[in-house]
Design a protein. Structure first.
Length: 311
């Protein structure tokens, strides 16, 4: 099966009250762990590549690894650019075989965001590629840029219809209180998402797929592992999984997860070295890390996204 776009996935997810997992990939073990989980559960999948991932692992290596995963699993997989910030980056991924790109114009003024998104949509649609855009601004860390809570802003439901109709984008990432990274809420702060804003957006754009970034739940099991085996992240807090489940039942069709992958991988490797200090064969510590990713993704597919058996 060739790579697919997100069009059909999102339509079915919207109608079925579930979401597709969009997992960030940076190397072979991460791709294998995620795709093995999706294969076992018959789940459609989005694998996404940030510009940082592209710099780290190289475009060709990543696309070929994803092609290998498709040969091995025969799953419907969309290959997506995460947080594209320029037309040139989106063009390079479209020309280089991606089936979906995000143009993140959320750092620009409204009119500049419309103009940039429209330009990417025109180029992408002419080549059968779909486009995710963003309105509103999440807090947290993205590609070395740290957006403080003060600079973050919720999506304005009054803008979404105008933005989507003028740009022609295929899905829209919104800000309703999620944020990037492992420290999403301050200690003592009650995790909250603005479901009222999501509902308003849903009314303005019936049937239109919404995307949630910064949606890791920062799984306590892995945070504890990192803390126990030499790490320092006692204040890591994520989005409660019941809230993500609720969002998936509403208009949210794509849920982005990266931090949970990092925590599962790093926690497992830290534990491995604490228990096996003399080992130095990378296969020995990367095998349990890959298994941890697989287990974590299976949990997300079954208990958070609800996309198991949806192929
Ligand atoms: O939203 C950002 C993702 O977690 C990707 O992170 O740019 O460090 O690869 P990265
Ligand atoms: P997390 O940091 O919550 O995993 O978010 C990832 C993300 O939004 C990637 O675009
Ligand atoms: Zn993101």
């Amino acid at each position: 099966m060739p790579l697919v776009t997100t069009k059909e996935m999102f339509q079915k997810a919207y109608e079925g009250g579930y979401a597709i997992g969009a997992f960030n990939v940076n190397n072979m073990e991460i791709i294998q762990g995620i795709t093995e989980a999706a294969k076992e559960l018959n789940a459609p999948l989005i694998l996404q590549v940030s510009s940082g991932a592209r710099k780290y692992a190289n475009h060709t290596y990543l696309t070929k690894l994803v092609e290998a995963a498709i040969i091995e699993t025969d799953l419907p997989i969309a290959l997506h650019l995460d947080h594209g910030d320029t037309f040139e980056l989106c063009k390079s991924c479209i020309d280089g075989g991606f089936t979906s790109v995000m143009i993140d114009g959320s750092h620009h003024s409204y009119e500049e965001n419309v103009a940039l998104t429209t330009k990417v949509v025109e180029y992408a649609h002419a080549r059968g590629v779909v486009v995710e855009a963003e309105l509103g601004r999440l807090a947290g860390i993205e590609d070395d840029v740290n957006v403080s809570a003060d600079d973050a802003s919720y999506t304005d439901p009054e803008q979404v219809y105008d933005f989507v109709t003028r740009t022609g984008c295929d899905s829209l990432a919104i800000a309703i209180g999620t944020s990037h990274g492992a420290f999403k809420f301050k200690p003592g702060q009650k995790p909250q998402l603005r479901f009222d804003i999501l509902e308003e957006i849903e009314k303005k754009l019936p049937g239109f797929p919404i995307v949630l970034h910064g949606a890791s739940s920062v799984i306590p099991e892995y945070v504890e592992m990192i803390n126990k085996f030499g790490g320092e992240m006692p204040d890591a807090i994520g989005i409660p999984e019941d809230m993500l489940r609720q969002a998936a039942k509403m208009a949210v069709c794509k849920i982005n997860i990266d931090s949970d992958l990092r925590l599962a991988m790093t926690g497992t490797i830290r534990k491995y070295f604490a228990e096996n200090p003399g080992h130095f064969d990378p296969r020995q510590y990367l095998s349990p890390a890959r298994s941890a990713i697989k287990g974590m993704v299976e949990h997300k597919i079954k208990n958070v996204l609800g996309c198991d058996g949806k192929i």
